[in-house]
Design a protein around this ligand. Structure first.
Ligand SMILES: *Cc1c(COP(=O)(O)O)cnc(C)c1O
Length: 382
């Protein structure tokens, strides 16, 4: 027997309270019992998204469904959108927009540079036909945290332009203030900071986004916001919901709100800092730039002379600790430690210990124990 640790930025570990709730016997979805679940998820998610003005809609799909929904409910064929790119998920928003025949302008930064809000401001000033700005708040592939607060403030001044945010690994790990930051559509998925299994996609829809919805003519059916809103007003869903997952989500919401959203975010901040200090003490280099590091995942350069795929595989197969490798051009060149959702101090210590043992096996030269020592110092600080 080998004890297993899941240290990836999605799917993330699921707390026992969520697992046992979703393991309860099936219920019919057109019943008062289930209507209470829908209401609980709606009210709880609004608190987690920090919104009173937006509706929060839930679909049975992976997170990408929320991303697709944010496009099809907002635009007409040929509309122009500005998509920012500093990793794999920004690129996915570009692909979805192109698949639906939008005119896509990409602001490309590379994987180690944050989106510069001043660039967005300039683009919007130059081109008043832009109908949407698309930003990934927490880029899981690169670990970058983009400043959606600053960008939201800029887009707010353009009444015909929506601020569309992928916060799939942002919500629950970093602040994401939907109302205060003027975020019109924000996507999330169940298998990240919401501590549930994969299978639910969540979007918030602002009053400005509802106006765009009324104008939009892109084809839509399953992801049609209007259908979900009409049902939500009766505490139900237009189609058969993922009953078990939604019950589990209700339990996860209780855990988040009992801890307090601010405390949840502070915990993520602390665990991310301990991870960063730990790997740097080993002499390893962080991948994401200092000015834009999120709390969900820590990407790290594989040191010179070490095989990155081998590092990830020894961690998993010999030590039972699953971390993520790099994606696309960074495959084998970086590894990523997830600490998003149901994580505590000793998940970080365990992972750093396994990393140290793996690095020793790979004959990397460093002081054993230095990583966990540095992480402990962060975790013990007041
Ligand atoms: C996980 C993730 C998604 C959604 O991916 P799915 O596999 O469709 O759930 C989107 N954006 C980001 C930033 C993510 O981390």
């Amino acid at each position: 027997m080998q004890k297993k640790y899941l240290m990836t930025p999605g799917p993330t570990p699921v707390p026992p309270e969520v697992l046992s709730t979703q393991g309860e016997p099936m219920v019919h979805h057109r019943t008062p019992d289930f209507e209470a679940v829908v209401r609980k998820c709606e009210d709880g998610l609004k608190q987690i998204f920090q919104t009173e003005l937006s509706d929060v809609l839930i679909f049975a799909s992976s997170g990408t469904g929320a991303m697709e929904a944010s496009i099809v409910n907002s635009f007409c064929p040929g509309d122009k959108v500005l998509v920012t790119y500093n990793g794999k998920f920004g690129q996915r928003m570009q692909q979805i927009s192109e698949a639906y025949g939008l005119q896509v302008e990409v602001l490309e930064y590379g994987w180690q540079v944050c989106v510069n809000p001043a660039d967005i401001k300039k683009k919007l000033e130059q081109d008043p036909s832009i109908r949407g700005v698309v930003v990934t708040q927490s880029e899981t592939s690169s670990g970058i945290l983009n400043d959606v607060e600053a960008i939201g403030k800029i887009v707010k001044d353009y009444p015909d332009c929506l601020m569309i945010v992928d916060s799939i690994t942002g919500i629950g790990a970093v602040d994401c203030k939907v109302d205060d930051w003027n975020l019109d559509i924000v996507s999330c998925g169940s298998q990240k900071g919401l501590m549930c299994p994969p299978g639910l996609a969540v979007v918030s829809v602002s009053p400005k986004a509802w106006q765009a919805y009324e104008r939009s003519t892109l084809p839509k059916f399953y992801f049609d916001f209007g259908k979900y809103k009409k049902s939500l007003d009766k505490n139900t869903t237009p189609f058969t919901p993922a009953v078990s997952l939604m019950k589990g989500l209700g339990a996860a919401i209780d855990l988040i709100l009992d801890e307090g959203l601010d405390n949840v975010i502070a915990r993520h901040q602390r665990l991310a800092e301990a991870t960063r200090q730990g790997v740097e003490a080993l002499g390893l280099k962080l991948f994401a730039p200092k000015e834009g590091r999120g709390n969900a995942v820590t990407p790290v350069w594989v040191p010179e002379g070490i095989d990155g795929k081998k590092l990830v595989s020894i961690m998993k197969n010999k030590h039972g600790v699953t971390i993520a490798g790099g994606q696309e051009q960074y495959l084998g060149r970086i590894f990523r430690i997830g600490h998003l959702g149901y994580f505590g101090d000793f998940d970080i210590i365990t992972t750093l210990a396994a990393l140290e043992m793996t690095l020793q096996e790979l004959e990397y030269d460093f002081e054993p124990g230095s990583g966990i020592k540095a992480a402990e110092a962060v975790l013990m600080a007041e």
